[in-house]
Design a binder for this molecule. Structure first.
Ligand code: ZN
Length: 374
């Protein structure tokens, strides 16, 4: 029997299961940039930026998908023409049949994403997200007839609902009386068409994230015995503690800002870092944010970080760090993000193997920081 080829949409499913697009910032454009979702895929090239170099390498390696961090289509396009740089790349990608997919702020915020990799590379322990997002949690309340509570709850938990921190299967149940009158055309599980019913029901409530919402509701409806299920899905203002921008954690041993800056330089393989602060000051609590994260300086300070490591630091941000007596290390946008290539490639290899998907994941070699140090 011939196996069904892996399609681009299978790869997107795998990627978005690991790095859900709902975690991306509202201004971002993650996921499919160019490509036909049903096109077959056997080889993927992971890189930081979709570039001419990445496309050349994709063609040389016979790769069908470029998976990059920075979205190729960011500003809304007014035309598709090879007269500008983005247009040229898009044109070539379409002509050559190479798809382009981006994992950007979803990869920044998710667990086992860029900021976890960055924190681990710098030796941080006991890390937590630096800036957690709100509005991503939902409460589900469903009314279940007596005897069916466990079945409906199990279906919800299996779909990923009911997780709070490191606890799973969290729910609350209250008993009460539900009333309903089935219409003439109904085929009710309890009672008869046209007559008012009073039934002992349990109000079952649990929490869920937007990533699992679709699957959880689908499974809940399947496990519920009623023809018409009464349920409420309520957005919560609670913060999620498991995902968010940046990370904060501790060094196993306190050191000086100067030595830590050297450690950053070596760990990230960058030719230089820029440092704000007293090089002799002791540091142990460290905040990190790959890319441009200087806007998290205030949050890092509030949480007692001694240093923030990020890229793209501007003069006034450096000035602000100095006024706060906080250390600030600029290891460059490229320097703090390029580690995503090897890590994302490895995560995908393992995820593909676990799902028995025959995907070959390549890493773009020779990608360089546009900035030179002289
Ligand atoms: Zn970036």
């Amino acid at each position: 029997m011939k196996e069904r080829p892996i399609r681009l949409q299978d790869l997107l499913g795998l990627l978005h299961h690991l790095y859900p697009p709902v975690l991306a910032e509202s201004w971002d454009n993650v996921g499919l940039q160019v490509g036909d979702p049903v096109a077959p895929v056997s080889r993927v090239l992971v890189c930081l930026d979709a570039s001419e170099q990445a496309l050349d390498e994709a063609l040389r390696l016979g790769v069908q998908v470029i998976l990059c961090h920075h979205p190729l289509i960011f500003q809304p396009l007014k035309r598709l023409s090879p007269v500008d740089e983005t247009g040229r790349l898009l044109f070539r990608a379409v002509r050559e049949g190479v798809a382009i997919v981006s994992a950007h702020t979803n990869l920044d915020c998710a667990a086992n994403g860029i900021n976890d990799w960055l924190a681990a590379a710098l030796g941080l322990e006991k890390t937590a997200p630096l800036q957690t997002g709100g509005g991503d949690l939902l409460k589900l309340v469903v009314f279940v007839p007596g005897g069916y509570e466990d079945r409906v709850a199990a279906a919800l938990f299996e779909a990923g609902a009911g997780a709070i921190g490191h606890y799973d299967s969290c729910s609350f149940r209250t008993d009460g009386v539900g009333t309903f009158r089935p219409g003439e055309t109904c085929n009710p599980f309890i009672g008869q068409a046209g007559s008012l019913e009073r039934v002992r029901e349990t109000r079952l409530e649990t929490v869920l994230t937007r990533e699992v919402q679709g699957r959880a509701i689908q499974r809940m409806l399947k496990a519920h015995p009623y023809e018409e299920v009464a349920y409420d899905l309520i957005p919560l203002a609670n913060q999620r503690s498991d995902v968010g921008l940046g990370r904060i954690g501790c060094l196993a041993q306190a050191t000086t800002l100067g030595s830590f800056a050297n450690l950053v330089k070596q760990a990230l393989g960058v030719p230089q870092v820029r440092v704000v602060g007293d090089l002799d000051q002791k540091v142990s609590k460290i905040a990190v944010c790959g890319g441009s994260g200087a806007s998290l300086l205030g949050e890092a300070d509030r949480q007692g970080a001694d240093v923030l490591v990020t890229g793209d630091v501007k003069y006034h941000e450096a000035f602000s760090a100095r006024s706060r007596k906080m250390g600030l290390i600029d290891a460059g946008h490229f320097g703090t993000e390029h580690i995503m290539v090897k890590h994302l490639a490895e995560v995908l290899r393992q995820a593909a193997a676990a799902r028995r998907l025959e995907l070959q994941i390549e890493e773009l070699q020779g990608e360089k920081d546009p900035f030179l140090t002289v």
